[in-house]
Design a protein around this ligand. Sequence first.
Ligand code: TXA
Ligand code: MG
Length: 316
Amino acid sequence: MFPTETVYGLGADAENIEAVRKVYSIKGRPLSHPVILHLPKVDDLAYWASDIPDEAYKLADIFWPGPLTLVLKKSSNVPDIVTGGQNTVGIRCPSHPVAQEILIAFAKSKNHKKGALAAPSANMFGKISPTCSSHVYNEFNKEYLKEIFVVDGGVSNIGIESTIIDLSGIREGKKASVLRPGHITEMNIAKIIELESKDLSSNSIVVSGSLKSHYATITPLTVIDDTFFSKNLSVFAQKVDRLAVLYYGDKPINVEENIDLYYMSSDPIIYARHLYAMLRKIDSKKYSRIFVKDLPFLAEWDAIRDRLYKAAAGFN
Ligand code: TXA
Ligand code: MG
């Protein structure tokens, strides 16, 4: 397990099929869900991807190393287990200094000098991604932890998973599209390349983060509309034993005794950085329910809203 600026990853040599298979089994992840390849630098891209469009290099030039994953046609060097049998591969180059050090050393250790780590987020399938090493220790069965080496790189600065952009159809005339929103927004990307604005739910490619119920807490979580939120908190509180409430902005008034309030930043960058740690903390306290105040309908909140709505979806 290694730190990245987004979330911690559970890495395996991308060319070692058994090692990648083990990553799937530790996570409890279905084999049809592809994992992202992590490279130290853009120079190695052509070893792992084929038919690379100029758009990939334009984006890499600006956003790599950083929290952006490019989906491209895979090269013959990518084993099928990494891509879940698809002919495309997700690739990113993380900026975290510890991730960089590990990836540089790993790439060099291979004869071809272009080694990469296949790494999903280091959590059980469908659960919240880890943003520090203690999350990783708490996530997995002790038996597995004996075999896994956890590298501590502090708290992940961004706190939510990378933006994923599909560039695999560009050569056939399809526009690029965002498959998973993230810290790098559609607007940031649209300034560099042409982008199709697409309904995420109509996506035919398998992106596990696009399953409706994902990033889930153990405690049932509901996102509450702003107007309801301030007026009806005590009405909701009567129906449950203990309620955790995640809010930003003005502190709710008339709060019942069985409600605990958790304050979040009104800045989306800071909100995202602390979100998963906060949800894990609340989850450990065994509340009957978590209420989250809905977020501003502004582009910079899209990625956080995506994660919270998907966390809530399994409980609807
Ligand atoms: O920030 C991140 O991306 C983190 C860190 C560790 O790099 N990784 C991460 O991995 O979030 P994971 O496996 O939890 O999520 C990767 C997502 C999945 O939803 C997967 O379906 C999608 O990327 N993905 C991977 N390869 C793909 C491909 N070829 N086509 C479409 N989606 C792909
Ligand atoms: Mg994940």
